[in-house]
Design a protein around this ligand. Structure first.
Ligand SMILES: O=C(O)CCC(=O)C(=O)O
Ligand SMILES: [Fe+2]
Length: 337
């Protein structure tokens, strides 16, 4: 049912979360206009409530999208280095596109090396949950869309958490999960990072359950980068993370956004998972551009994870905290001298 929130028209898009918002054209918002500030505050309040906002007909160009995001939301995230071309336009702008950046108008198919990194977006994830300070909001703008396929899907990790059995929720509440982009992309393909790029993204610790600071609502914080739970046998923790993901991503929990050029979707990475859907990339253009608002702080401290045997072959030597040495008889003897 459509409602009026101040000057904005709000229509929920799913029974758990998500709303379509009309009555605002973000590219035109000016910091000099007090009414614009009011409108923006209403939008942020809706964001806390609905987690995903769909704003049709927002005619952004790249420069304005970056400028607007920074001016109104705060510092932008910088993309990590990969073998893909998504950072080619600007370090603060993700270019999700299958159009050959060489400028010859050629379309890149899924077998193209440059598209393989991008295909990692097709598993449920929260943007940059592998960084010590994970992202707050993502603003994804549709510039060109295919006639079919290429949708983006969302699920609410709050609804997911709230519908778990109480006893399970209690078990999860104070747990820490190690997240890693090297782990999540190792499942997609090998060789997606150069050695110096790998060294810039050590695994990081995150709370398994996060609380929204404004309304106190709790949500899970998992997805593709969530590797294992600390202080739990590795296989058991993998099984638990897989089970949680399966529970919160059943069909009835999914909002699927079918893009129209000009759409802007803003989601709250603290409490939502998303994934892109495939399309016929060899035949149809799909160009989306994302700006990402940096998070307010870490979710767990210290942020640096301790190396375990599972890291071998995925995370280069020398990254992370070395596990404390188990004292041997010989070492005891030396220290006793
Ligand atoms: O391509 C998509 O639909 C999803 C892209 C994505 O994961 C992102 O923009 O963060
Ligand atoms: Fe994403």
């Amino acid at each position: 049912m459509t409602e009026q929130a101040g000057r904005l028209t709000v229509t929920p898009v799913h029974s758990h979360f998500g709303a379509r918002v009309e009555g605002i054209h973000l590219p035109d918002l000016s910091k000099d206009d007090p009414a614009a500030k009011e409108l923006f505050d209403e939008l942020v309040a809706l964001q806390q409530e609905y987690s995903v906002l769909v704003l049709p007909d927002q005619r952004f160009v790249d420069e304005r999208q970056m400028e607007f995001t920074k001016e109104w939301y705060g510092p932008l995230e910088t993309q990590v280095g990969t073998i893909g071309t998504e950072a080619r336009l600007h370090p603060n702008l993700a270019d999700w596109s299958n159009v050959d950046p060489e400028g010859n108008g050629k379309l890149l198919s899924w077998s193209d090396q440059r598209m393989i990194y991008q295909s990692g977006n097709q598993v449920w994830h929260s943007d940059s949950s592998y960084k010590p300070v994970p992202a707050k909001y993502s603003l994804l703008s549709a510039r060109e869309v295919p006639p079919s396929g290429g949708e983006t899907q969302f699920v609410s990790q709050r609804h997911g958490y709230e519908t778990l059995p109480e006893s399970l929720r209690r078990e999860l509440d104070d747990r820490i999960v190690v997240h890693s982009l090297l782990y999540s992309r190792s499942i997609v393909a090998k060789g997606l990072f150069r050695p110096e790029q790998e060294r810039a993204i050590p695994p990081t610790r995150q709370s398994l359950v996060r609380t929204n600071p404004v309304n106190g609502r709790k949500g899970l914080f998992i997805g593709a980068h969530a590797w294992y739970i600390e202080d739990m046998p590795y296989q058991e923790s993998r099984a638990l993370l897989d089970d949680l993901l399966a529970r919160i991503t059943t069909d009835d929990c999914v909002y699927e956004h079918r893009w129209t050029p000009g759409d802007l979707v803003i989601w709250d990475n603290r409490c939502v998972l998303h994934r892109g859907r495939t399309w016929d990339a060899a035949r149809h253009r799909r160009v989306l551009r994302r700006t990402t608002v940096a998070g307010d702080g870490p979710t767990a401290e210290p942020t640096m994870a301790t190396r375990t045997p599972e890291w071998d072959g995925i995370v280069p030597e020398g990254l992370g905290v070395e596990p404390a040495e188990v004292p041997t008889a010989a070492a005891d003897e030396v220290s006793a001298r």
